[in-house]
Write a protein that binds this ligand. Structure first.
Ligand code: COA
Length: 151
């Protein structure tokens, strides 16, 4: 992937998707940072129709998710699509996002209202999946015999 048009504190930050050693851009992936508290990002993507269904989307979005957490230090990623957009929804699941919302009849598209699904991934869950060795164990609740004596 190559860095795209913007790198500011809020707004869309986009990356061009290119095949190795080929100059043409076959798509874009990126994320939207809200103005307030930019520790979460909403992902978006598209590929030229003649490059869809060949694994490029998954490869590019996997790299984007890694970049958002490792380099940009985001805490939570979200992504949304029409419930009928099977390729996008499977892409979200493929890169580790989990279904969190289904908004019935919330999106107007092509002359009709459609359901929209929302997916999300926390940095902690991404880290546990990709780098389990780096995850600190959660403290266990104290056992009775370990409690300090009443004073
Ligand atoms: C969504 C998009 C970026 C996915 O990229 P892609 O390179 O085509 O997807 P991949 O080949 O990496 O496949 C990712 C997953 O989607 C599935 N998939 C891909 N094309 C599909 C299709 N036409 N129908 C159903 N599933 C499809 C793959 O099987 C894979 O799922 P799996 O891991 O469970 O097997 C691409 O199809 C696209 O640009 N679509 C049009 C634009 C768009 O919808 N943008 C998002 C708006 S919210």
């Amino acid at each position: 992937m190559a860095v795209g048009s913007r790198a500011e504190n809020s707004g869309w930050i986009m990356f061009a998707v290119q095949r190795q050693n080929e100059p043409s851009i076959i798509g874009e992936v990126g994320f939207f940072l809200p103005q307030e508290g930019p520790t979460t990002g909403d992902l978006g993507w598209w590929l030229n129709s003649d490059h869809q269904g060949q694994g490029y989307g998954a490869e590019a979005v996997e790299a984007l998710v890694d970049w958002c957490f490792k380099v940009r230090g985001l805490h939570r990623l979200t992504a949304h699509c029409l419930a009928s957009n099977t390729a996008s929804e499977r892409l979200m699941a493929r890169v580790g996002l989990r279904l969190v919302t289904r908004s019935v009849g919330s999106r107007w598209s092509a002359g009709a209202w459609h359901d929209e699904v929302g997916y999300a991934l926390l940095k902690d869950d991404w880290q546990a999946r990709s780098h389990p060795e780096a995850v600190k164990p959660r403290p266990m609740p104290a056992q009775d015999h370990e409690r300090p004596q009443d004073m």
